[in-house]
Design a protein around this ligand. Structure first.
Ligand SMILES: [Zn+2]
Length: 176
């Protein structure tokens, strides 16, 4: 009489990919759920050569009606297909504003990013990876409510205070 096979001989104990598939099927019977926004099934599995197994990217926060504007870096080609349009300037050819479409350039985002970088280095000095989006949201808020757009300090402070109504932020809640 043949001995009953041990569960340890199941293939998912001997293959990392199969192990992930086994755990994911139990964890997400209806498709991968985003731990941040909770949306199920709107993520892509990352399959890059240097990507570890089981990494997904949530696509819920993409504004698909937007026009993405980037330089010619190859890594933007695929993500560009997820937007209504993808405008490219070729910095390698010293093109900083598109000759055919003058509204296509990366000058605005580069300006924002330089303010962000100086703020992070000069004020906060350190930022954990899992809190990066919170720092970005703060700089977003200030950039969209800046003096050049007619928002003075007191008005910005009023807007800030409206944003905290009904919210209590503790360190524990930032981990969710
Ligand atoms: Zn999400």
């Amino acid at each position: 009489m043949a001995a009953k096979n041990s569960i340890l001989s199941e293939h998912y104990f001997h293959n990392e990919q199969a192990a992930y598939e086994f755990v994911e099927a139990r964890l997400w019977p209806h498709g991968p759920a985003c731990p941040k926004c909770g949306v199920i099934g709107n993520s892509v599995k990352l399959n890059g050569k240097s990507t570890r197994i089981g990494v997904y990217k949530c696509r819920e926060n993409l504004a698909r009606e937007a026009r993405l504007m980037t330089d010619e870096n190859y890594s933007y080609i695929m993500v560009g297909k997820e937007f209504a349009e993808h405008g490219i300037v070729r910095h390698m050819h010293k093109e900083y504003v598109s000759k055919d479409h003058p509204e296509v350039h990366t000058n605005t985002i580069e300006g924002f990013f330089s303010v962000f970088k100086r703020g992070m280095k000069g004020v906060y000095q350190h930022c954990a990876h899992n809190h990066l989006h919170r720092y970005l949201a703060e700089f977003d808020f200030r950039y969209n409510n800046r003096k050049a757009l007619g928002v003075e300090d007191s008005e910005r402070a009023d807007k800030l205070l409206k944003g905290v109504v009904g919210k209590r932020l503790t360190y524990q809640t930032t981990a969710q």
